[in-house]
Design a protein around this ligand. Structure first.
Ligand code: FUL
Length: 475
C-alpha cells in the first residue's frame, strides 16, 4: 500500500515538474511553417528542359524556332518515378528559361509549346509534370525566368506587367506550387535596355496565387541562393539574412553562402547544382555525370550544412532522364540508405550538464527519438553547456549529425565534439560554428564508447532535437 502511495506521489510530482516548466521562448526571427516544411524536404530535383536541350546552348538567344522543341518520347512520369526512387521530395522545372520559351501554352506569349510541333501544339509540360508529381507524392515547383530574350516588351515598363500575367497563369493553372524560383540573371532587352524588375510586385503576385509557396531568389524572401553552383553551403551557415540589403548594397557571395548571424529575415539557403557540367542536357556530357563520391560530398556540404539540395537532372532530347543520370541517382540513394539507416548512437544514454528546469520534457535523450517536436533544451541564460553520449558499446563512426529545433530559431554559433579514448582522455575531433536545421560533420573514422558535444556559444539557450552517429564506408 505504502509503495503504491509513494509511486502515485512520485508520478504526480514528476508530472507537475513536467507541466510547470515552459518551453524556451522563440529566439530572434523565425521560419514560417511553410519554410520549416520546405527545409524538411532536404533533397529535390531541378529540371532544366527547353529549346536549349535541342540546341546544346546554355543560354538560348530567344530567336530559336518553336519547332526546335520536339521531344520524341516525352514522359514526365519517368522523371517523377526516378525522383521518387532517388528519395527526392519535389521537382522544380524551368517553365521558362532566359530564351523565353514557355513549356506550357501561356496565352501571354507567342513562343510556347502551343507554337511547337510537339503533340501538334497540344502539349503542356507543366500539366504533365504536375500530374506526375501528384501521382508520385512529390511537390511541384516552377522556375520562371524574369530575364526574357524573346519577349519584345523586355526592357520596357510593360514587360513587368506581361511577366506578372505569365506568373499568374503558370501559378494559377496547375494546383499547389511549393516553390517559385526566380533566377538572378538580368540582361539587356532588344532595345539595349536593362529591365528594372518590380520585385515587390512579383513577390506579391506569387503569394496571391500560391500563399504557401517559398520564393527563391538571391535575396529570398522564402529562401536564398547559396552563392555558388558547385554544391556547397558555408561551414558556417545561418538561415537568417538582412533582406534590407537589396536596396542599399548587393549581397556578397559570402553573405549568401554563410547567411547573417542575427539577421532580420529567415531566408535559409538552397544549394542548386547540376549532376552534369551544364544545366541543360548535352549528348557529349553523358560520360561526365558527377561521381557517387562527388555527389556524397555535395550532399554533406548542402543538406549537412543547414541547406537544401536542389540537384539538377536535365532530361534529354527524347524528353527522358538519361540512363547515366538515373543510374547515378540510384547509386546515391543506395549509399545514403546504407549510411543513414543505422544511427550508431541508438541505445545510448545522453546526460546534459543542464536540462531545462530539470524537466524530463526537455531531457537530453529526446535528441535520440524520431519525434521532430521533442527536444533537449537548457535553462534560459545557459549558453555554454555540454552533453555526453554514452554508447552501449564501442562504436565506429565518421559522421556526426546534430539538429537544432528551428521553429524556435537558430541559436548555436560555436561548438566542439570530443571522443573518449581508451585511457579515459577526451580528444577533440571537431570544432565548428553553426548547426541549424541539420548539420552533418564528416570526421576521420573513430572508435569510442562516448562522445561529448560542447556548445561553446549560443545566442540563447540551446534547443536541439537530433543527435546521430553514422559510418560512411562509401566515400
Ligand atoms: C542561372 C541561369 O543563368 C542558369 O542558366 C541556370 O538556370 C541557373 C540555375 O540559374 O541564373
Amino acid at each position: 500500500m505504502k509503495s503504491i502511495v509513494y509511486s502515485v506521489l512520485f508520478s504526480l510530482g514528476f508530472c507537475i515538474s513536467c507541466m510547470s516548466v515552459d518551453a524556451p521562448a522563440p529566439f530572434g526571427v523565425l521560419p514560417a511553417e511553410s519554410q520549416v516544411e520546405w527545409q524538411q524536404m532536404e533533397y529535390n530535383m531541378f529540371v532544366h528542359f527547353g529549346p536549349n536541350t535541342f540546341s546544346g546552348d546554355e543560354w538560348g538567344s530567344g530567336e530559336e524556332k518553336a519547332e526546335l522543341f520536339n521531344p520524341t518520347a516525352m514522359d514526365c512520369r519517368q522523371w517523377a518515378s526516378i525522383a521518387k526512387a532517388a528519395g527526392m521530395k519535389g521537382i522544380i522545372i524551368t517553365a521558362k528559361h532566359h530564351d523565353g520559351f514557355c513549356l506550357w501554352p501561356n496565352p501571354y506569349s507567342r513562343h510556347t509549346v502551343a507554337q511547337s510541333t510537339w503533340k501538334e501544339g497540344n502539349g503542356d509540360v507543366l500539366k504533365d509534370l504536375s500530374e506526375a508529381c501528384r501521382e508520385y507524392g512529390l511537390k511541384f515547383g516552377v522556375y520562371i525566368s524574369p530575364w526574357d530574350r524573346h519577349d519584345p516588351h523586355y526592357g520596357t515598363d510593360e514587360y513587368n506587367d506581361v511577366y506578372v500575367k505569365t506568373l499568374e497563369h503558370a501559378l494559377g493553372s496547375y494546383g499547389p506550387v511549393f516553390e517559385q524560383w526566380f533566377d538572378g540573371a538580368c540582361g539587356e532587352g532588344p532595345n539595349g535596355k536593362k529591365q528594372i524588375y518590380d520585385w515587390p510586385l512579383f513577390n506579391s503576385t506569387v503569394y496571391r496565387m500560391q500563399p504557401e509557396a517559398v520564393i527563391f531568389s538571391d535575396y529570398g524572401p522564402g529562401c536564398r541562393w547559396v552563392g555558388n553552383e558547385r554544391g556547397h553551403a558555408g561551414r558556417t551557415c545561418w538561415s537568417t539574412m538582412d533582406y534590407e540589403d537589396r536596396d542599399t548594397h548587393p549581397v556578397t557571395t559570402q553573405v549568401l553562402n554563410e547567411g547573417v548571424k542575427g539577421g532580420s529575415m529567415w531566408v535559409p539557403s538552397e544549394t542548386d547544382v547540376s549532376i552534369r557540367p551544364g544545366w541543360f542536357w548535352k549528348e557529349h556530357e553523358n560520360d561526365d555525370v558527377k561521381s557517387l563520391q562527388h555527389l556524397l560530398k555535395i550532399y554533406y556540404e548542402s543538406v549537412g550544412r543547414n541547406s537544401l539540395l536542389l540537384l539538377n537532372v536535365p532530361p534529354d532530347t527524347r524528353g527522358l532522364i538519361h540512363e547515366a543520370d538515373s543510374a547515378r541517382l540510384m547509386e546515391l540513394r543506395t549509399a545514403l540508405d546504407q549510411i543513414f539507416s543505422v544511427n550508431l548512437a541508438d541505445g545510448a544514454r545522453i546526460a546534459a550538464e543542464n536540462v531545462r528546469g530539470g524537466s524530463r520534457r526537455f531531457k537530453a535523450d529526446n535528441m535520440l527519438n524520431e519525434d521532430y517536436d521533442s527536444f533537449w533544451a537548457a535553462d534560459d541564460g545557459v549558453t555554454t553547456v555540454s552533453f555526453t553520449v554514452r554508447l552501449p558499446q564501442e562504436r565506429t563512426f565518421n559522421l556526426i549529425q546534430l539538429q537544432e529545433y528551428i521553429p524556435l530559431g537558430q541559436r548555436v554559433s560555436a561548438f566542439s565534439v570530443d571522443v573518449l579514448d581508451k585511457d579515459g582522455i577526451w580528444n577533440t575531433i571537431a570544432n565548428e560554428t553553426t548547426i541549424g536545421y541539420k548539420r552533418i560533420i564528416p570526421v576521420p573514422e573513430i572508435t569510442t564508447t562516448a562522445v561529448r558535444v560542447c556548445i561553446e556559444s549560443s545566442d540563447a539557450c540551446p534547443v536541439l532535437n537530433g543527435f546521430a552517429l553514422y559510418l560512411d564506408t562509401v566515400s
